[in-house]
Write a protein that binds this ligand. Structure first.
Ligand SMILES: C[S@@+](CC[C@H](N)C(=O)[O-])C[C@H]1O[C@@H](n2cnc3c(N)ncnc32)[C@H](O)[C@@H]1O
Length: 592
C-alpha cells in the first residue's frame, strides 16, 4: 500500500484530524490513515490584511485550528482554509472573479506532534502550505448561474467543487489536484516521512531510491517498508512466482526500470548532498528565512548559475523547499545537515565525501582481492584500518565527528532497547566521544559509565561533551582493549565494534571481555545485522560491502552473534530490533 510505511509509524499514535471537511476525511481514509475527527473551535477570523501572502494566512489559520484541538485532545493533525460562499450572490461574485482566469488554491497544513515530557505536554508544530494553479474556462453568465443553482458551490471553499460538477468549469490544473479537492496528500505524506521516517545515516551514502524520504515516490516508500519490516520486497515475491515478462510500464519481474535508473544515478544524488554540505549551503540557509539563489551564491562564494542548479537539485532531493520567495531548509536539513546541530551529520557527510568515496573507487579491487583498500586508496597499512584513515588533526576531528553523529542517531534506541536499570556501572568499550554513554546516563541516573577508547581518541573528546548534570556520571579512560586491563563494570558494551575486526580479533576481544565480566554481569552488543538468509533489500547488506572496502571485518546475522557470544560464556542471549541503524543484543555471563 502506497502510504504504508508512514501510516505504520502512526499506528501506535493517536491521530486527530482537526477539521470537519468530509473531502479531507475521504482523502486521508483512502490513503489508509486511521484517525479521529475533532473539528476545531478556532474561528477563522484572523485579519487577512495583516498577512503578507495568502499562504501565510492559510498556514497560520491551520496552525491555530490544529493547536486548539491539540490543547483539547493532546494530539492532532490538520487544518485548512479556503473561503466558502455565504449565499448565491456571494457564490456568483466569487465565480465571476475566477471566470476565464488562472487562480491559486492555497492549503495550509499544521501537524502538531504531542508528547509528554516530565509530566508536561510538549507540542512540536510542523507546518507547510501547498499551492495549486487552476484555470477556469471563459464561461457564460447562464452557465455560471446554472452551476450556482445546482447548490454545489455553497459548501465549497472557493465556490466550486473540482471533483464534481465544478470540474466542468476548469480548463487545466497545475500542481496537486487533491489540494484543490481539499487536502494536499502528497506534500502531507512527504512531511510525515520527514518527521517519522528520517533516513538512516548509511542510507545517506546509499544509492537506493529510499535514501531520502521526502523525494520518495509512494512506490519507493512501500519498498522501504519491506526493508524495515523484514518481509520480502515486491521484487522478490514476484521473482518467487517465476514471472519473467517484460511489462509495458518498464518492469521486469516487478523491478521498475525507474528504480534501476535511480540506482544508476544514485552517486549524483550523493555528490549533490556532499557538495552542498561542503559548501555549507544548509548553514547559509540556517536562520529559516527563504533566500534566493543569488543570495545563497553570495553567502557561499560561488557562481549564481551553479548555485541555482545545486539548490534545485537539493530541492528535488527533498533537502530544500523551493517557493517563489526562494529556498529554505526542510526540517530534515535543519536537523541533520547544518554543521552546528545536536544531531548534525555534517562530519559524516564530509567523511563520506573524502575517505569513503575514495575507498569505493577501488571497489573492484576489493572484490577481486577480497580485502580492504586502505593501502591503495589512502596509503595506510595500519593493522586497524579505521585508525589509519585519520591522519591530520582535521581528518581526525572529522572522523570523530562522523562517529559522533552516527552514534547520536541510535544512542537513545540502544540505551532503551532493554531495561538496564539494574546495573550500577557500565563500560563502553570503543565508546569514542561518549554519545551513547551520555544517553545511558540520562536514561539511568543510577548508572556510572566509563568510556574506554584509544588515548588519541580520548584526548580529543572534550569538544563533543554535552552540558547537564548527567555528565558527572560519565568518565573517560584511555586504553587499548586488546592490550590493557578493561575497567571493571557490571555491564560491558560493544557498540559498532565487532563488525570492524577479523574473526580472530573478534574472538580475542570477546575472550577479554568475558574474562573481565563477573558471573551475572552482562554484555550489550549493538550492530547492524544481516537477516538470516542474507537476502537483498535488507539494511545490513550495503554496510557489508562497506566493510569489505573499509575494514577487515564483516556483518553478521543475529544468530551468528548469538553463537559467538555463547562461545565466550554468555548465555540468555536476547535481541531487540530498534527499527534504527543497529539491533541490540543483551547476554548474561554465566559461571565459567
Ligand atoms: C566504529 S567506532 C564505534 C564508536 C561507538 N562505539 C559507536 O557506537 O558509535 C570504533 C571505536 O573503537 C575504537 N577503537 C578501535 N580500536 C580500539 C582499541 N584497540 N581499543 C580501544 N578502542 C578502540 C575507535 O577509536 C572508535 O572510537
Amino acid at each position: 500500500m502506497a502510504l504504508y510505511p508512514v501510516v505504520r509509524k502512526l499506528l501506535q499514535k493517536r491521530v486527530v484530524l482537526a477539521s470537519a471537511s468530509p473531502r479531507r476525511q475521504e482523502i486521508l481514509s483512502n490513503a489508509g490513515l486511521r484517525f479521529e475527527v475533532v473539528p476545531s473551535r478556532f474561528k477563522e477570523q484572523l485579519n487577512k490584511a495583516s498577512f503578507p501572502t495568502p499562504y501565510a494566512y492559510a498556514m497560520e489559520t491551520a496552525k491555530q485550528k490544529a493547536l486548539d484541538v491539540a490543547r483539547r485532545v493532546h494530539q492532532a493533525v490538520g487544518g485548512l482554509i479556503l473561503e466558502k460562499p455565504m449565499d448565491k450572490q456571494d457564490a456568483y461574485s466569487m465565480l465571476s472573479r475566477l471566470n476565464g482566469k488562472e487562480h491559486s488554491v492555497f492549503t495550509g497544513v499544521a501537524i502538531i506532534h504531542c508528547s509528554y515530557q516530565d509530566g508536561r505536554l510538549d507540542m512540536e508544530v510542523s507546518e507547510f502550505y501547498e499551492e495549486t494553479l487552476v484555470k477556469f474556462s471563459q464561461l457564460s453568465e447562464e452557465l455560471l448561474w446554472e452551476y450556482i443553482h445546482s447548490g454545489e458551490p455553497m459548501d465549497k471553499a472557493g465556490g466550486y467543487g473540482i471533483q464534481a460538477l465544478g470540474g466542468m468549469l476548469v480548463e487545466y490544473v497545475r500542481g496537486d489536484f487533491l489540494n484543490v479537492v481539499g487536502f494536499p496528500l502528497n506534500h502531507f505524506c512527504k512531511k510525515l516521512a520527514e518527521l517519522y521516517f528520517p533516513p538512516r545515516p548509511e542510507n545517506v551514502q546509499r544509492v537506493k531510491h529510499d535514501s531520502i524520504p521526502p523525494v520518495d515516490t509512494f512506490e519507493g516508500l512501500s519498498d522501504l517498508s519491506d526493508v524495515e519490516g523484514g518481509g520480502s520486497s515486491p521484487a522478490h515475491s514476484q521473482q518467487g512466482h517465476g514471472t519473467k515478462d517484460t511489462h509495458a510500464k518498464g518492469t521486469v519481474a516487478g523491478l521498475h526500470s525507474s528504480a534501476l535508473l535511480e540506482v544508476i544515478d544514485g552517486f549524483k544524488a550523493s555528490k549533490a548532498l556532499f557538495t552542498a554540505s561542503k559548501m555549507k549551503v544548509f548553514d547559509a540557509l540556517g536562520d529559516g528565512a527563504p533566500l534566493s539563489a543569488v543570495d545563497v551564491a553570495r553567502k557561499i562564494d560561488a557562481s549564481e548559475h551553479g548555485t541555482g542548479r545545486l539548490l534545485d537539485a537539493c530541492a528535488a532531493l527533498g533537502l530544500l523547499e523551493k517557493t517563489h520567495r526562494g529556498y529554505r531548509n526542510t526540517e530534515l536539513a535543519s536537523r541533520y545537515l547544518r554543521s552546528d546541530g545536536e544531531f548534525s551529520l555534517h562530519s559524516l557527510i564530509l567523511h563520506s565525501d573524502t575517505h569513503v568515496w575514495n575507498l569505493f573507487t577501488h571497489l573492484e579491487s576489493a572484490v577481486r582481492e577480497g580485502t580492504h583498500q586502505h593501502p591503495r586508496a589512502l596509503g595506510s597499512t595500519a593493522d586497524d584500518p579505521s585508525q589509519g584513515t585519520c591522519r591530520s588533526q582535521d581528518q581526525k576531528l572529522r572522523c570523530l565527528g562522523a562517529m559522533h553523529g552516527l552514534s547520536k542517531l541510535s544512542a537513545h534506541q540502544v540505551a532503551t532497547a532493554f531495561d538496564l536499570s539494574q546495573f550500577t556501572s557500565a563500560c563502553d568499550l570503543g565508546g569514542c566521544t561518549g554519545a551513547l554513554a551520555h544517553e545511558l546516563a540520562r536514561e539511568y541516573p543510577g548508572l556510572k559509565v566509563t568510556v574506554f577508547d584509544l588515548p588519541e581518541v580520548i584526548e580529543d573528546v572534550k569538544r563533543f561533551q554535552p552540558n547537564g548534570p548527567q555528565t558527572e556520571q560519565v568518565t573517560f579512560v584511555p586504553g587499548d582493549f586488546f592490550k590493557d586491563r578493561l575497567p571493571e563494570a557490571d555491564l560491558y558494551i560493544l557498540s559498532r565494534i565487532l563488525h570492524d575486526w577479523s574473526d580472530e580479533k573478534v574472538h580475542e576481544l570477546l575472550s577479554r571481555v568475558s574474562g573481565s565480566c563477573k558471573p551475572g554481569g552482562c554484555l550489550l552488543v549493538a550492530e547492524s545485522t544481516l537477516d538470516e538468509e542474507k537476502q537483498a533489500a535488507r539494511p545490513g547488506l550495503l554496510p557489508s560491502l562497506d566493510l569489505l572496502v573499509q575494514a577487515q571485518g564483516r556483518a553478521r546475522s543475529l544468530s551468528e552473534y548469538r553463537h559467538l557470544l555463547q562461545a565466550h560464556g554468555f548465555t540468555d542471549v536476547r535481541a531487540a530490533g530498534t527499527g534504527n541503524i543497529v539491533d541490540v543484543i543483551l547476554a548474561t555471563r554465566t559461571e565459567p
